[in-house]
Design a binder for this molecule. Structure first.
Ligand SMILES: [Zn+2]
Length: 267
């Protein structure tokens, strides 16, 4: 190994180490190579474009429901971070909750708390508590920075170790392209590719915590995912069509988590 290679290796390793962060609630350590500021600015831009290109619901009752449940989950997330002394975690959050007129059984949250719920998921959600399962789960993906993690994995796969620091500082188009691979897929799929099994389980866990802290009954998550399992015969988009974890495994894990979540985070 010559001096330059050694220097590059050392700087890549230190970059990787400094980019390692911890997921709230679960404490899992994960790799976030994309600067938070880049994630937030891409999110704000893409969210704005999405809202311009899609039809916002005019159903005032349903719009109010989405904003009401969103605000309660937001409050819970803020209390969670206040209780752990990590309020700074949310400093670039600029929450928005919008309901889009679309038959897809879908919802998502981009970094910074930019939430979209599709009208197609409301019959499955049924009521505020069911919607809290959906929004808690989606907000959990954003809080756990799963998008950044996937982009970071993509970056490593695409460029290999030594090109990392160069790509991040000198090639904003690489970051943009990775963003599109995670958040910007074709309109037939909504905005997100399916997450991995670990990330789905983690979002279920954090979502349960947030909905419980928001004052909703976490047991509703079990009935929601049971309804979703029946729904999946149709044309659900990847986030909710995802076959991993399987419905039975997911529901069993949620059932297992509920007693400890209620004990630790219930009122
Ligand atoms: Zn998910």
């Amino acid at each position: 190994m010559n001096a330059i290679t050694r220097l590059l290796t050392v700087s890549v390793i230190s970059l990787l180490l400094s980019a390692c962060s911890t997921v709230p609630v679960t404490g899992r350590s994960h790799l976030n190579l994309i600067p938070g500021s880049s994630m937030m600015s891409m999110s704000a831009q893409q969210y704005g474009t999405f809202l311009k290109e899609n039809k916002l619901s005019q159903n005032q009752q349903q719009v109010a429901m989405v904003k009401r449940v969103g605000a309660r989950i937001q409050g819970a997330v803020e209390r969670y971070f206040a209780s752990t002394g990590l309020q700074g975690y949310l400093k670039n959050y600029n929450w928005e909750f919008n309901l889009v007129e679309d038959k897809q059984v879908n919802a998502w949250c981009m970094p910074g708390g930019k939430v979209v719920v599709y009208t197609g998921i409301l019959p499955v959600a049924r009521d505020d508590a069911g919607l809290a399962v959906v929004m808690g789960h989606e907000i959990a993906h954003a809080i756990a920075e799963h998008g950044n993690e996937r982009m970071s994995q993509g970056l490593i796969a695409q460029l290999g170790g030594v090109a990392l620091s160069t790509a991040l500082s000198d090639k904003p188009e690489v970051t943009q392209q990775l963003w599109m691979s995670v958040y910007g897929v074709g309109s037939q799929y909504g905005a997100l590719l399916p997450y991995g099994r670990m990330q789905e389980s983690e979002a279920d866990h954090l979502g349960l915590v947030f909905m419980t802290m928001a004052g909703y009954d976490p047991n509703v998550a079990v009935s929601f995912w049971e309804r979703m399992a029946i729904q999946k015969g149709g044309q659900a988009p990847p986030e909710f069509l995802s076959t991993h974890p399987s419905d039975a495994t997911r529901i069993a894990s949620i059932k297992r988590l509920i007693p400890s979540v209620v004990k630790q985070y219930g009122k």
